[in-house]
Design a protein around this ligand. Sequence first.
Ligand code: BDR
Ligand code: CA
Length: 324
Amino acid sequence: MTSRPTPVVIDCDTGVDDALALLFAVRHPGLDLRAVGCIAGNTDVDQVVRNTLTVLEQAGAPAVPVARGAERPLLEPLRTAHHVHGRDGMGDLGLPAPARRPTEVDAVMLMHHAILDSPRPVTLIPTAPLTNIALLLRTHPEVTRNIERIVFMGGAVATGNATPVAEFNVWHDPEAAAILLTAGVPTTMYGLDVFQRVLVPEADVRRLRECGEPGARLAGRLLSHRDPATGNDVPYGGLGDAGAVCSVADPAGLTTHRLPVEVDLAPGPARGQTVVDRRPRPGEAELHGETREQPLVDVALDIDVERYVKLFLAIVEGLDPPWT
Ligand code: BDR
Ligand code: CA
């Protein structure tokens, strides 16, 4: 790899698949992980900090600064996803407590410094509810001058998971998501439509589990995690949030369309929905003068599953990226 690594900052709620995202980010030679913010989501924020430090330690990662962020959304109460991610929020693998410690400063301050201190514009990758990101954008709007792009895991064009129409990260803190989308920063929405498609085949998961190297073995154990709420017939091996990081390392595998996107903030059944306007031409509402200003977002509509599975496996197993 000859080009300089892309500086990235991840904000996560580790989380089985956030853990996969971190493992991939610290091992990919084309990514320079400069800081990690932690936010309540899959579990409470203190457990997220512990899980994040544990993953980095088990992966033998360099000393990446990790900071504690918001302990609940801006307006909503905290609604964790233990039923999906286990009691410890990371698959209950019985991993040892980390020796690493979080930074003294909070996640907003850490991300502020990490972004402005970076010699080159940073790609910000939130894989969690967007509370920390909203607080960062409102407290330190000047960070936008050194953000290349925000690639966030969240939202859905078609079907939700937290509700029939809302995806968990956006549903958890819809106001925060709206702040991100209207920040005027180039943004990619890596939503459920692509997120749910990237599955590592069982044989590869088995091979990782049997690996002697701790980071690769951890990836295998995480990929073996099954959502306890679903039956054994539901496939496991989802890359989840790690797919969003793959798309930063290798954008050629993701097909996006620039489309107007708005978060539904009204109370009721659509709260937290990302309303994506895919109409080919203006509709009756516009013809009757009902125009609204909506941010344009690069929405992920298709993904090269095989490409990202191959990339993920190569990186966590310590090989060179298959495409440079
Ligand atoms: C999102 O929610 C979390 O459970 C996952 O880590 C992912 O970020 C999917 O809706
Ligand atoms: Ca997550």
